[in-house]
Ligand binder design. Structure first.
Ligand SMILES: NC(=O)c1ccc[n+]([C@@H]2O[C@H](COP(=O)([O-])OP(=O)(O)OC[C@H]3O[C@@H](n4cnc5c(N)ncnc54)[C@H](O)[C@@H]3O)[C@@H](O)[C@H]2O)c1
Length: 299
């Protein structure tokens, strides 16, 4: 089926960005404001949310709604407040995410690691879609649902981050199903899966445990680190690979995301040629009945 769809205007659009108080989401919010959109930032971390809204408010209409994406009532309250304030949502960025943290072998992951990580990264995306998309479809306006996945899982699993990879594989798969159904149902909406890439990212992901609910704490001795600074991460990577890794320019990445949204691209990622080679090797191995080759270092 050919999907003929008009480019999307970012200027004048109403955008919601989950996980927008930090890192990649904050850069997407900034880029949206720079292109003339109105932005609602939804994040669970109240002080960071308030600080980000303050920081970005000189750039355009931005507001914050404290939201826990794992909670249906909280997400429904977010949608109610977006429609009350703006009357619509055109661009939905489901970007909030956490790592289960600390690496460890797959059989050392605790049930609470799964509950927390998939709760935010996968179920949180599902709740966002179930809450917003029916209202967006009913409005009948062209729009885009952009789901932040990761090459770790979305393309190939990094073996030391097995639960995180599973959570991101889940949303990659879901976004594809969402996209085709949005077309088949004759809606004016489309979906995109976004793979952040281009080097190490100086974001809060490595201290994601700051937002881990106490009831989902680890119960055993743990599998390793619970958080590290970006500089510590760089040092770990440099030691493991013997060289300094490049650092991604998050503002340039956010502009790339908006270019992808405007063009209504399904896959939004920078270095797809590198992923293509890996995907071919994976597909060939699977078609032979073999395990796909290892992607990344073993712990
Ligand atoms: N940083 C990377 O290297 C990288 C690579 C690939 C994909 N990603 C993905 O990019 C997205 C953004 O991550 P980031 O690197 O900017 O990290 P970040 O920690 O800087 O931002 C994530 C945001 O999500 C929020 N959040 C966490 N739990 C939440 C919840 N229950 N409800 C609402 N908000 C919640 C946090 O408060 C934070 O503001 C995530 O989905 C992450 O998995 C990151």
């Amino acid at each position: 089926m050919t999907d003929e769809v008009e480019p999307l205007a970012i200027e004048g659009a109403v955008a919601v960005v989950t996980g927008g108080a930090s890192g990649i989401g904050r850069c997407i919010a900034r880029a949206l404001l720079g292109r003339g959109a109105a932005v609602v930032i939804a994040d669970v971390e109240e002080p960071a949310l308030a600080a980000t809204v303050r920081e970005l408010s000189s750039l355009g209409p931005v507001s914050g709604v404290r939201t826990d994406v794992t909670d249906e009532a909280s997400t429904a309250a977010l949608a109610d407040s977006v429609w009350a304030r703006h009357g619509r949502c055109d661009l939905l960025f489901l970007n909030a995410g956490v790592t289960s943290g600390g690496g460890g072998l797959p059989w050392q992951q605790e049930p609470n690691d799964w509950r927390w990580c998939l709760g935010v990264n996968s179920i949180g995306v599902g709740i966002g879609v179930s809450t917003f998309v029916p209202r967006m479809i009913e409005d009948g306006r062209p729009g885009q649902v952009v789901i932040t996945s990761s090459k770790d899982g979305g393309i190939a699993p990094v073996p030391t981050a097995s639960v995180y990879a599973a959570s991101k594989a889940a949303v990659t798969c879901f976004t594809e199903a969402l996209h085709h159904n949005l077309i088949a149902q004759g809606t004016a909406l489309r979906a995109s899966v976004f793979y952040p890439s281009g080097g190490l990212m100086d974001t809060g992901l490595y201290t994601a445990a700051r937002n881990r609910p106490p009831e989902l704490a680890r119960t055993g001795p743990g599998t390793g680190r619970t958080g590290m600074t970006f500089d510590e991460l760089r040092a770990v990577v440099a030691k493991a690979t013997g060289k300094d890794a490049p650092v991604a320019d998050l503002d340039a990445m956010a502009e790339l995301v908006l270019d992808g949204v405007a063009a209504r691209r399904f896959v939004i990622a920078r270095d797809l040629d590198q992923s293509a080679e890996l995907l071919h090797r994976r597909a060939d191995a699977i078609a032979r009945g073999d395990a796909p080759p290892l992607s990344g270092l073993l712990g």
